[in-house]
Design a binder for this molecule. Structure first.
Ligand SMILES: [Fe+2]
Length: 399
């Protein structure tokens, strides 16, 4: 994140003696996500962050992808999932590739351990529910519609006010960043960006857990889980500063860019990863040219897969789609409005749609789990209906 943040107590300079009230030294840790050349933060612990009481093998978490599948448009209905597990153990991998992994979570339980993903950065999208993320860098209060962007290596735990809660867990094997075109040479967000630095919510509070009490941290690394037990509480940081930290950003703080004629998906871009982007389709005014067609034109995404997660049911023109639906429009074949949707959209002034989109530049592969919630007839939804054309204003304009 291109911004300097500091929280808690810090010594005057890096790498000098920083003493506890009892005269002992705090343990300094450099927290870097790209060697010694990328963004870094420096943390000061009460205990040695290297101290471990024991560890236990918890097995592979590598998704089993389906290879060599025939090409077709896909529709998954996450409403068919039952609440299961916590915010980590309940993750169901639905699709992924070498750059990014899409996990669906219908959280049933609170976490009773801490978690660290050393394989990748995480972008969690909280579909519904409120709560609190405790982390190595401090506490973030989160709410419905928040993205939680968590740098790899961050120790954290989610606590929800009420359960069950629906969420997405997008794991990125490269860094998740604010798009470069939104930033100036100093990293500051530019005036044309669809959100501002004030919308980014870093940790605001740093509770210090100094007690020597055995605490578990589940670590994901090399697509494998290992449960570490430390003889102290890992959130024992008295202060930190730098450019690496988790943050929250609410989808309703995204300021949609609108135009006289239809604007392409990049104007919805929220974050960028390695070979993929995350976009937010938010309620907004529609195209205002007197002859505008407010729904997108047919397009051949010959080089990217497009996945949309529908956060509400304001999608009147896309038949069969419901809140919690996921559509995958794969590279290699065109997609666009369903028959009658263009005519039905004429004169529409506003859309209330809300969706999260992930576009990838390498094909997404589905998992066996995704087939269990698939609507196998979705590819037929572009067939011309035998009956009268659709009437009324189309609400889905997005992708
Ligand atoms: Fe599209």
């Amino acid at each position: 994140m291109p911004r300097y943040v500091r929280l808690g107590d810090l010594p005057r300079k890096h790498h000098i003696q920083f003493r506890k009230p009892d005269g002992g030294l705090y343990a300094e840790q450099l927290f870097s996500t790209r060697g010694f050349s990328g963004p870094m933060s420096t943390l000061y612990h009460i205990n040695l962050p290297t101290e471990v009481a024991s560890w236990e093998d918890r097995g592979s978490v590598r998704p089993q992808y389906l290879e060599e599948e025939p090409l077709r448009h896909r529709h998954l209905k996450t409403s068919r999932l039952k609440p299961c597990g916590d915010a980590v153990s309940g993750r169901i991998p639905l699709m992924g590739n070498q750059d990014v992994e899409w996990n669906q979570v219908f959280v049933a339980d609170q976490m009773d351990y801490y978690y660290k993903n050393a394989d990748g950065d995480e972008c969690l999208f909280i579909h519904d529910g409120d709560g609190e993320m405790e982390s190595l860098f401090g506490t973030i209060q989160f709410k419905k519609g928040d993205y939680l962007v968590i740098p790899r290596g961050t120790i954290y735990k989610l606590r929800f006010d009420k359960l069950p809660v629906r969420m997405l867990a997008i794991v990125s094997f490269g860094p998740i960043e604010v798009p470069k075109r939104y930033r100036n040479e100093y990293g500051q967000l530019l005036e044309h960006a669809p959100y501002t630095q004030r919308d980014i919510r870093p940790p605001s509070d740093l509770p210090v857990h100094g007690q020597r009490v055995q605490t578990q941290v589940l670590i994901r690394a090399r697509h494998h889980h290992t449960m570490y037990t430390h003889p102290y509480h890992p959130l024992d940081v008295v202060g930190w500063d730098g450019y690496v930290f988790p943050f929250a950003f609410n989808i309703m703080d995204f300021q949609p860019i609108t135009g006289q004629l239809h604007m392409p998906p990049p104007i919805h871009q929220t974050f960028e990863g390695q070979n993929f982007v995350v976009c937010s389709f938010c309620p907004r005014m529609l195209d205002y040219h007197p002859e505008a067609i407010a729904v997108p034109y047919n397009h051949s995404n010959i080089d990217s897969d497009e996945v949309l997660y529908y956060c509400n049911d304001k999608f009147g023109s896309r038949k069969g789609i419901e809140e919690g639906s996921i559509t995958l429009h794969p590279l290699g074949i065109p997609h666009g409005p369903q028959p009658g949707a263009v005519e039905a959209s004429l004169g529409a002034k506003r859309t209330e749609e809300l969706a999260v989109m992930v576009d990838t530049f390498h094909p997404f592969k589905l998992t066996k789990e995704s087939l269990q919630i698939e609507d196998p007839d979705y590819w037929k939804s572009w067939s011309k209906p035998a009956g009268p054309p659709m009437t009324g204003h189309a609400e889905m304009t997005g992708d």
